[in-house]
Design a binder for this molecule. Sequence first.
Ligand SMILES: [Zn+2]
Length: 485
Amino acid sequence: MPHQPDHTGSDVTGPVDLVVMNGRLVTPEGVYPGGLSVREGAVADILRPDEHPPAHRVIDAAGRYILPGLIDSHVHFRTPGLTHKEDWAHGSRAAAVGGITTVIDMPNTMPPLFDPADAHAKAAEIAGTSLVDFCFHLGVDEARPELLTDVTPREAVSAKVFMAGHHTAPHVIRSPDALTRVFATAAAVGIRLVLHAEDDAVFALLDGWSGPAREYRDYESRRPRTGGIVAVAKVIELVRRHGTAAHVLHVSSAEEVDLLSAAAHAGLPVTFEVTPHHLSFTAADTARLGARIRLSPAIRQEADQRRLWAAVRNGGVTTIGSDHAPHTRTEKSRPVSEAPPGLPGVQELLPAVFTGLRRHFPHDPVDRQLSRLADLVAAAPAALFGIAGRKGRLAPGLDADFVLLDPSATWMMRAEDVAAKCGWSAYEGWTMTGRVELTVRRGEVIWDHEHRTFGTPSGQWLHASPSLHPSSPTTAAVRGELSAD
Ligand SMILES: [Zn+2]
C-alpha cells in the first residue's frame, strides 16, 4: 500500500514509531483484520495480518477493534467565560476517555465567538490545555451579519444559527428578514450553516397560553415537537430558495427526521445530526432524572426514539454529536423553569450509542454497527467540516488518530468516572457494552484505560479546508449589499 506521510519530511527508513497488530480495522465500508504503523504522528501504513515491520513500540490488539479517532462535531467546552461549567482540560479528558480525538466547539460562550478575530483569541486561551485537536463553529450576530463574509475555514468550519434560545444561548435570530439574509449570505460565501432549529415564536405562543413548565414532566409539552417541525420546515424552504448548505443539529422527533430525509432525497443540501441523549432517554425518564435530562430540544417519546435509531442504523442521519453542554449540580438544582438545559456527553457518546445499537439491534453484526459508527462519528463529520485531509479515517498520510475498543467488555458508568468538570452524568448506573481501552491522537496515547493515565495537552487548532464552493454573487458584492442596509 502506498505511503507518503507528506508532513514528516524525515528519514522514512528504519523502524517505525509504533505498530498496532492483530486487530480489526474499522472503516465505513467494512471491517478488516490487520493493523497499522505510525511514524511521526501520521499513519505510515495499513498492515495486513502477516505484516510486522520493525517498530520502537508494538501494541497487540488481539480481540480489539481499531476505530478511527472519533470526531465530536458538537461540544460546548465553555471557554471563554463559562469555565465554572467546563474547561478544555476537563472536557478534552472526557473526550479522550470516550475515544474522541477531535472536537468542534460551539460559539455560545461569554463573550460569544462572533468575529473571526475571536477565534484566534480563543485558540490562544486553549493552547496547552487540550488533549484533543479542535476547531470552531462561528456564531451569527443578528446585528453584524457581515462578519459571515470575513470568516475563513481557519477560524470556523461552519456558522451556527440559534432559531430558539435559552440561558447559555441568548443570541437568537428571530426576525424572518435576518434569517433570510443569513441563509443568502452563507450560500454566497460558501459556508455551511449548523442550526438549532426550533421556532422561538411557537414556544412564546405556548408560554403565553399555558405558562412555563412547573414540573419536569411538563417540559416536553411546553417545548413540543411543533417547535422543531415549524423551524425545520422554514429551514428547508430557505435552503430551497438560496441553495445554502444546512446541517440541522440534535433532531429529536420522527416528523423532523421524515421532513429532512425527504428534503435530502429531493436533492436539497440538507443533512442532520442526532445526539446520544435523544437515542438513550424518553420523556418517561424525565420523572426519575429531572433536570439532568432537561434538554433543548426536549427528550421525546418512544416512537420518536425508534425513528431516530432507524435513521442511525439504516441511513438518513449524517452525524452523531454529543452536544456536550455541562452545567454544575447547583445550576441543575434550580426551580424547574430555571434549570438550564444541557448535559455532559462527550465521554458517553461512543459507549451509549454502541450499547444502544447492541440493545436495539442484537442480531446485527458488531462489524456492521462499528462500520456505521466510523462513518457517523469520524468520516462524515470530517468531510462535512473540511478536515478530511487529516482526520476521520485510518489511511496512510492521515493523522494517526485511533481507538482500541474491546467490544465485549461490560461496565457500569459511575459518577467517580466522569472526567467532565461538572462531575455528574445522566448515564450513572447504566451498564455499558464496549470499552475504550486506548485513545491515540497523532501517534500519542492520550488515554490508557488500564493505567488510568492521560497524555500531554498538546491538542492542535486544525486548519480546515473549504468544504463548500462559494456560489455567485461574489463575497464582495454580498458585503456591499449587507452594508447598504
Ligand atoms: Zn449544543
